[in-house]
Design a protein around this ligand. Structure first.
Ligand code: FES
Ligand SMILES: [Fe+2]
Length: 395
């Protein structure tokens, strides 16, 4: 791991954040505004653990490669002819060309456009044309096995692709165990596996001029519901919301008043086994650092944040439904997708003005509502501890 830059959070800053909430301050401005802090987030907050970087439906056929920018690092997700998904550093082992920069269907090989070295989708180096001189494609001193693509540890869950750049995080199942435990009162693993990605209009993407952490913080609270989402607040009011119990690597909120969409007197099917008395319960946890879920009896959305730089982030959303019965429920799906699109867009001005607000020297981490902002404070402590630990670690 490369940590050449000063951390914006040291032990002194951490001690101000890691207080009982009524006395705590939040992360300082520089965590949101500088390129150094952005790189530090990547190397100290993201790299040691698991991070979401894509959806497998972006690779919609076999033998496909999807380049991904991960906070300035070029990566590529591949899907081979046996539907195995892998993630690699997207750089040629020869002279280091950024290997592929467009999503592409291929013949099972990735070809570097510089000197035509080719790699199989399992990363194996397959072709080194003229490496031993014109017309000689091998060299006795060159070991092909040592020069394949460098694989990144990865896992696929609920159609989302997660990576662990450091390679030494806990097992992926351990990482997701707390959120799965959080859900057990609503939904089982088997039920979750029955969600189906809702097709063309169930994919949303939104660019916000904001640091990724401000988007997380916005998802973590329902405090802004009456002011930012008055329509949503009318059908699912603030007083019906609650904070999701914290788990080690996440927090969030839930509602007791989720109202299923009604189209011409009909509603989407719900998951078999979802308890009828909990049909109006929905939960919105964030799995740190960058994945936001909305779990309902009849739909699940997954949103991951792709940080572009310290003040720009792309929100990628997929909506999943219980039943894949095509046109019968198309109007419901369209209505739900339009509704989430509208809700997420309502949040844009809030996170963008939080970002510009962090240019003010008069703001030094602010304050928290002891009741409404507990999940936000939880996230600040989680980030601050990682940054402070990286600050005290020898480079
Ligand atoms: S840099 Fe890729 S083949 Fe030379
Ligand atoms: Fe919101």
């Amino acid at each position: 791991m490369n940590l050449p830059l000063n951390s914006p959070v040291n032990e002194a800053v951490l001690s101000r954040i890691d207080q009982p909430i009524a006395y705590a301050t939040g992360l300082p401005n520089e965590c949101y505004t500088t390129h150094d802090a952005f790189v530090r987030d990547r190397d100290a907050v993201m790299t040691p653990g698991w991070v979401c970087v894509g959806f497998i439906d972006q690779l919609d056929t076999q033998n496909f490669a999807l380049p991904v920018d991960f906070m300035g690092l070029p990566l590529v997700i591949t899907r081979d002819s046996e539907d195995v998904f892998r993630v690699f550093h997207n750089v040629c082992s020869h002279r280091g060309m950024h290997l592929t920069n467009e999503p592409c269907k291929n013949n099972g090989l990735l070809r570097c456009p510089y000197h035509n070295w080719t790699y199989a989708l399992d990363g194996t180096l397959r072709g080194t044309p003229h490496i031993g001189g014109y017309g000689t494609h091998t060299h006795p001193d060159f070991n092909t096995d040592d020069n394949g693509l460098k694989e990144v540890r990865s896992a696929v869950w609920l159609g989302a692709v997660f990576i662990n750049l450091s390679g030494d995080a806990e097992p992926f199942e351990t990482y997701t165990a707390p959120i799965r435990q959080q859900w057990t009162s609503l939904v089982t693993e088997e039920q979750l596996s029955r969600f189906w990605q809702g097709g063309e209009f169930s994919s949303l993407s939104l660019t916000v001029q904001s640091n990724w952490k401000l988007a997380v913080e916005n998802f973590l609270e329902s405090y802004h519901l009456p002011s930012v989402h008055p329509e949503l607040n009318r059908i699912s009011p603030l007083d019906q919301h609650y904070c999701v119990d914290y788990f080690d690597n996440g927090a969030g909120q839930g509602t007791l008043n989720y109202t299923r969409f009604d189209v011409k007197g009909t509603q989407l099917p719900t998951l078999d086994g979802w308890e009828p008395q909990r049909i109006a319960t929905a939960e919105y946890p964030v799995l740190y650092p960058n994945t936001f879920f909305g779990i309902h009896a009849d739909q699940l959305f997954i949103l991951y944040l792709q940080p572009i730089n310290q003040h720009e982030t792309i929100e990628h959303v997929r909506i999943y439904y219980v039943d894949s019965t095509g046109d019968e429920f198309k109007e419901h799906r369209d209505a739900i997708a339009a509704s989430w699109d509208s809700v997420f867009r309502e949040d844009v001005f809030a996170v963008e003005r939080m970002q510009t607000g962090r240019q003010s020297p008069a703001y030094a981490g602010g304050a928290f509502s002891p009741v409404m902002d507990e999940p936000t404070h939880h996230f600040h402590k989680w980030v601050a501890r990682k940054l402070a630990a990286s600050a005290s670690r020898p480079e």
